[in-house]
Design a protein around this ligand. Structure first.
Ligand SMILES: [Zn+2]
Length: 327
């Protein structure tokens, strides 16, 4: 394990450089012992938020992807790998979203890190099963977007469905309890509060979307399949599964036709993505643009404003209600 040796040397250098400021527990510390908090690395924002809410003051929670960035296309640095290898727990979504996670896990193989792939605990769907742009039958030939989806495998955007979010929060709570049984009661209490908020969110979505006059939503990238499935909506996206693709002019023309044919009133944009394609489509189709947050990361402004998973999910509900004619 040449790679591991390199990492260990690098880790030693970091410890030498920063002394007791190095991340992780001191060696020999009792699990859940006093003074040393459990160090949990999450891959990106929604897991960071849920883990912070459950772990509270007993856990130091970190995010590998900076909170203001998109997990798609992220690359961890050697420093990230060292930091994770020093942690107690690693939580990630999996299902191919963090395509760099295997590299991290392989590098920290021999440490005591407990890692948990949360998407293993919920029912996953393939992108192609969720929405097929051709389903309406008005587009003659096979769409580029649909083909790309079919090859991509499973949709990892599980946190945008409050019911799946509750299940992964439960797994997070169980993981913290196993890693730090001394504080089990504390984690359980925090999980119960989080679960109640997720139940309420689910209820509010069901109620809020009841009087809609349309089921069609057009998003920037294909992140809202589980949300759409949960509430009986049909989700189409401009960029497909890739968060940085640009639609071709042929696809744009079809999307404009699609908007007109199905009376689409709103195109959704995402705060961390380039919104140019949404703006162009909206202008061409003569419709409005509203934000719909994937919550994969928060902008600087959102972080400063104290936004979190819940505040953004409620903003999303407000956008959906406007777009689907619920008001
Ligand atoms: Zn995404």
């Amino acid at each position: 394990m040449k790679k591991l040796a390199v990492i260990l040397i690098a880790a030693a250098l970091v410890i030498l450089a920063f002394g007791c400021g190095a991340p992780g527990r001191e060696s020999g510390a009792e699990p859940g012992g006093t003074g040393n908090k459990l160090v949990v690395y999450t891959s990106f924002y929604p897991l960071y938020d849920f883990t912070s809410k459950i772990g509270g003051e007993k856990v130091t929670v970190k995010s590998i992807v900076p909170l203001g960035a998109e997990p798609h296309g992220f690359e961890p640095s050697p420093k990230d790998i060292i930091a994770v290898s020093e942690a107690d727990v690693l939580l990630y979504v999996g299902a191919g979203l963090e395509n760099w996670i295997d590299k991290i896990i392989a590098s920290v193989e021999s440490s005591n890190l407990v890692s948990e792939e949360l998407s293993k605990y919920v029912k996953l769907q393939k992108f192609a099963e969720i929405t097929d742009y051709d389903r309406h039958g008005h587009v003659g030939e096979q769409q580029g977007i649909a083909v790309e989806r079919a090859e991509a495998g499973y949709d990892p955007h599980i946190w945008l469905d409050p019911v799946r979010a509750k299940r992964i929060s439960q797994v997070i709570a169980e993981t913290l309890i196993n890693a730090d049984p001394e504080n089990a009661g504390y984690y359980r209490k925090n999980y119960d509060a989080l679960a109640a908020r997720l139940d309420k969110l689910h209820w509010d979505y069901q109620e809020g979307l009841k009087k809609r006059t349309s089921n069609i939503i057009i998003t920037t990238h294909d992140a809202f399949g589980y949300l759409a499935e949960r509430y009986g909506l049909e989700s189409y996206s401009i960029m497909g599964i890739s968060a940085n693709a640009e639609p071709s002019s042929k696809q744009m023309i079809r999307l404009v036709e699609f908007c007109k044919q199905y009376g689409v009133k709103v195109i959704f944009s995402e705060s961390l993505l380039n919104t140019r394609a949404s703006q162009v489509l909206a202008a061409e189709a003569g419709v409005a643009v509203l934000p719909l947050h994937s919550i994969a990361g928060l902008t600087r402004e959102q972080l400063l404003a104290g936004e979190d998973y819940f505040s953004l999910m409620y903003k999303n509900l407000a956008s959906l209600k406007t777009a689907l004619g619920c008001d």
